[in-house]
Design a protein. Sequence first.
Length: 68
Amino acid sequence: MAVNEFAIFFSGLRPITYYSEIDLLGLGRPVKGQWASPRRDAMDPSCVVCALAGSGDRATVDRYAKAG
């Protein structure tokens, strides 16, 4: 799946899928079998990961650390 998304990224055929839910046991659907479903999530400004996405080494996490 990662190689497929990499090829899609460079070809520009469609927007890439950042998150995929993978059901290896096949318990999430009525038809048994393994499934991989794309999932789109909106950026949440209160989420540490979302707030720092794309910042790389410039990220400062001091404001998220709890004083203790």
